[in-house]
Write a protein that binds this ligand. Structure first.
Ligand SMILES: Cc1cc2nc3c(=O)[nH]c(=O)nc-3n(C[C@H](O)[C@H](O)[C@H](O)COP(=O)(O)OP(=O)(O)OC[C@H]3O[C@@H](n4cnc5c(N)ncnc54)[C@H](O)[C@@H]3O)c2cc1C
Length: 468
């Protein structure tokens, strides 16, 4: 047994039941057993583990709730130690005078929202996984959510980070001040780095006062592209809703089959639009939204109260889990395009689906151009899976040609690594690789993620027995 297990005071397990629980995430990447799982309680625990891992050439895989969609928290190499933050879940300090909160990385997003709401504040980033995903994971993936259209993504709210570097040294970057121009922003570099540069142990976040009021509208369209056009036109009409979610016909059918929600069935797409602010401002904005949408043939209903609003959001959040109920394998991507190219992207996705005969279910945070593209292939057909992967390339090529990006929020992990060169130029990649080498010369942290390829063909073999 490795000397690793003599680290006193740190909970570590090599029990198969634990290893299995930490062998997969929410993506389609194949599970892979770690060597051990550790549950640190303090930054000092993390530091001791990283020092030890470095000395014994163990890989370290930081992990939040494992809701990642890119395979970024799967231990894909042998001798990997998963660092799970379930025992670092404290909200440490709410600082109303500076509109900030300090949390440990294992704090679940929704738990933070609940606590802040109690005090009259909110933290805008609201990934649809918020009931489970952690702030540490959200920071490492620069998570977005429906409210990103008005309020931005996680990076816009991270004020400071305490992290442990690969060799075990503690690093503190950023802090309480609203502005800072002192050297490079290492804090911003850590946000979205998918656990490959450092392990976050404390995070200082910006929070906002709760808005006075919220209004939620559901608009159904008989024409797919009209729904896409409505998004850019509403922004051009100088209304920035706090959320504009898009759900296409096939996604509506999937939700309805999973759990009837009362969402419209006989339409090509719906937009779920939410406005917030002062009641008088919201009313004015709602009139403008209604004017734009009805010109494009949209039919508008307003959620009457908090409960009706929550039902709509529950339906929206049910899409991803509902897709798993279909007897198909989903290859899910999260492209992002400029707002004025949304109708083009939606049209192209429909064309690709019709031409290939493979269903593509689309939904997402249309207000910021982010579409979740779910290519639903036959479960038992390796041939259709291969054709599905060809479609992924086609989707990415269309996205890049439209001035977009291959991931708006899920990140690269292992699943999108084979495509990263479609978007990033060699010079940019070289700079990124040299940053990784500077932070982590021995490649201890989350190896195989972002830059090193795991062939997509292996993903098909996700029936790999856990104990082979
Ligand atoms: C149903 C569903 C809906 C989703 N909706 C959204 C959405 O709306 N928006 C969105 O952005 N994403 C969404 N996601 C994807 C996922 O929830 C996010 O990527 C989330 O931020 C991951 O958080 P996690 O705690 O589960 O992290 P994990 O999946 O465990 O890890 C994700 C990454 O973070 C790293 N990491 C975790 N903790 C630390 C730490 N302390 N230090 C350093 N690195 C760390 C891991 O190594 C890994 O690279 C969704 C996923 C699901 C299943």
């Amino acid at each position: 047994m490795s000397a690793l297990f003599s680290l006193p005071g740190i909970d570590i397990s090599t029990e198969p039941v634990d290893l299995i629980c930490y062998s997969y995430d929410a993506s389609i990447a194949p599970p892979s057993l770690p060597y051990a799982v550790a549950w640190p309680r303090t930054a000092d625990d993390v530091s001791r583990i990283l020092k030890h891992a470095s000395e014994h050439d163990l890989a370290v895989i930081p992990r939040g709730a494992g809701t990642g969609m890119a395979g970024a928290s799967i231990p894909t190499v042998s001798g990997a130690l998963v660092l799970s933050f379930e025992r670092m879940r404290k909200i440490l300090d709410l600082d109303p005078k500076n509109l900030q909160v300090v949390v440990e990385p294992g704090v679940v997003n929704a738990a933070l929202q609940k606590e802040l709401e109690y005090h009259g504040y909110f933290y805008p980033p609201d990934p649809a996984s918020m009931a489970v995903s952690t702030i540490g994971g959200n920071v490492a993936t620069n998570a977005g959510g429906p409210r990103a259209v008005k309020y931005g993504v996680t990076r816009n709210y991270v004020m400071g980070i305490e992290a442990v570097l690969a060799g075990g040294n503690l690093l503190q970057v950023g802090g309480k001040v609203q502005k800072r121009v002192v050297g490079y922003s290492l804090k911003d570099l850590l946000v979205g780095s998918e656990g490959t540069l450092a392990v976050t142990t404390k995070i200082r976040l910006k929070v906002l006062p709760l808005p006075d009021d919220v209004m939620t509208l559901l608009v159904s369209f008989q024409d797919l592209e009209a729904a896409g056009s409505a998004v850019a036109k509403m922004i051009a009409a100088k209304v920035i809703p706090r959320a504009v979610e898009f759900i296409d016909r096939s996604a509506l059918e999937v939700i309805e089959a999973h759990k009837p929600t009362g969402l419209p069935k006989n339409c090509e797409a719906v937009l779920l639009i939410e406005l917030d602010g002062y009641p008088a401002t919201i009313r004015k904005e709602a009139e403008r939204v209604a004017a734009v949408c009805s010109t494009l043939g949209g039919e508008i209903t307003v959620a009457e109260d908090r409960f009706a609003r929550e039902r709509l959001w529950e339906a929206r959040r049910a899409i991803s889990p509902a897709l798993r109920n279909l007897n198909r394998r989903k290859i899910n991507e999260d492209i992002v395009v400029p707002l004025d190219r949304l109708p083009h992207a939606l049209r192209e996705l429909r064309r690709m689906s019709e031409q290939s005969g493979i269903p593509i279910v689309s939904f997402g945070h249309a207000g910021d151009g982010n579409i979740h593209v779910n290519i639903m292939v036959e479960k038992e057909s390796p041939d259709e899976y291969r054709r599905g992967l060809e479609l992924v390339r086609e989707v990415f090529a269309m996205t890049i040609a439209a001035g977009g990006a291959i991931s708006g929020e899920h990140g690269i992990g292992i699943l999108k690594e084979p495509y990263i060169e479609m978007e990033l130029k060699e010079q940019e990649l070289d700079l990124m690789r040299s940053i990784k080498r500077t932070f982590d010369p021995k490649g201890t942290l989350n190896p195989g993620k972002v830059f090193t390829s795991v062939p997509r063909a292996d993903v098909w073999g996700s029936q790999i027995p856990l104990f082979s």
